[in-house]
Design a protein. Structure first.
Length: 396
């Protein structure tokens, strides 16, 4: 088996069970290894430490499959890891009343680059690393054996695949093609999900618990839902008794689906207003028109794909949060999020604090928010905590 030799002292993160080896920690590759092939990881002193998937095109040279150098990287290992991931989900109270959730969450479940989401009778997968790509056939076989389903669909289109030297890919992997829209339930709400062309694998499953929290604050409030996508936050707000929900989204198709969601949940469409447009521009128009709201949700797409984009991303986060603070009525609430893994929670909180200061508003943090529990985070891999959010209350 090819062996990746580390530079002196660079095994420390691996000994702490961090699942990545960066290219700067590598001294040399002994033998030849193709992309995704399993390699042994060896310290400078010659100690075998782990087995990982080699990625020659990425800054992450290897992602760990096992910290047992004698393990077999095969269907048996994948079956054990996926079965363990499924067992964890079965123990989560939050998933007892939903038909859509994450089954496998990449590094957090010991399967770097592997995402598997369940939407009713269909599984939707992403294979985002060279190792995941190499073993996708075995992984799909195990998934369909362990999870009764009608079909398995692939949505491996994330930008991270390019960093691994992989082309984007989507399509049916096994079974029946999913319908144009798959209906799911999330507590007392119902949604239609486009698993073939929608964002991510079709829906923002990671925001489930944050939507439920919003319901508790929505009663009688005038709510502004920005970057609304298909309106999940808005539906929960209406379920919670919001007086009105205004949704801003660039995609006309997503807004159209939001209307269908209101109908599906038998909600009063007169309380729902939709605006097709750029959130930054619409917020400025609201500011100039002296509009105000009781509660604002900011759930933007990822602003930073890499470390060198963080400064620009922070400018974007500050801009929208500053505008939101200016639009809030006294005592109003801001649900604000960042899904950029490169922007840590401390930095995000600082950006939001600076936005409040520049807007001339005093604000308190009521809640620190994160991703739903079916998107767990390894203590040894804090990078897995990509979603962070704050619920802020402005002063009277």
């Amino acid at each position: 088996m090819p062996t990746l030799h580390l530079k002196p002292g660079r095994e420390k993160s691996l000994l702490r069970r961090h699942p990545w080896i960066f290219s700067g920690a590598v001294d040399r590759l002994e033998g030849e290894a193709a992309a995704g092939e399993t390699v042994r990881i060896c310290s400078a002193e010659g100690n075998l430490l782990a087995l990982g998937a080699y990625s020659p095109r990425s800054q992450i040279s290897a992602r760990m499959w096992s910290y047992d150098p004698g393990a077999a990287i095969d269907g048996g290992l994948f079956r054990a890891l996926i079965a363990g991931a499924i067992a964890v989900r079965r123990q989560l109270p939050a998933l007892q009343h939903t038909t859509a959730h994450r089954l496998v969450n990449a590094e957090a479940d010991g399967l770097p680059g592997v995402i598997a989401d369940q939407y009713g009778d269909f599984l939707v997968c992403q294979f985002l690393s060279a190792g995941a790509e190499r073993h996708r056939g075995e992984l799909v076989e195990v998934l369909r054996e362990l999870v009764p389903c009608t079909g398995v669909y692939e949505r491996s289109e994330a930008a991270v695949r390019a960093k691994e030297g992989l082309e984007p890919r989507a399509g049916l992997l096994w079974g029946e093609e999913p319908p144009a829209l798959v209906e799911i339930s999330e507590g007392e709400c119902r949604f239609l999900v486009d698993v073939r062309q929608g964002h991510k694998t079709g829906f923002y499953l990671d925001q489930r618990e944050n939507r439920r929290l919003l319901l508790q604050y929505a009663q009688g409030r005038d709510v502004l839902n920005c970057f609304a996508y298909t309106g999940a936050f808005g539906i929960w707000a209406l379920k919670g008794g919001a007086a009105k929900v205004t949704e801003v989204e660039e995609s006309a198709g997503a807004l159209e689906l939001g209307v269908r969601h209101a109908e599906l949940n038998e909600l009063d469409g007169a309380r729902l207003e939709q605006i097709e447009g750029d959130v930054f521009k619409v917020l400025r128009q609201f500011r100039d028109g002296r509009h105000s709201f009781d509660l604002i949700v900011l759930d933007p797409p990822k602003f930073a794909e890499s470390q060198h984009q963080v400064v620009r991303a922070c400018r974007g986060y500050k801009d929208i949060n500053l505008l939101a603070f200016k639009l809030l009525k006294p005592g109003g609430l801001l649900f604000t999020f960042s899904c950029s893994g490169q922007v840590g929670p401390d930095l995000f909180q600082k950006v939001v604090a600076d936005a409040a200061l520049d807007a001339g508003r005093e604000a308190q943090i009521l809640h620190h928010l994160g991703q739903a529990p079916d998107h767990p985070v390894l203590l040894s891999f804090p990078e897995g905590a990509y979603l962070k959010g704050l619920v802020c209350r402005v002063g009277e």
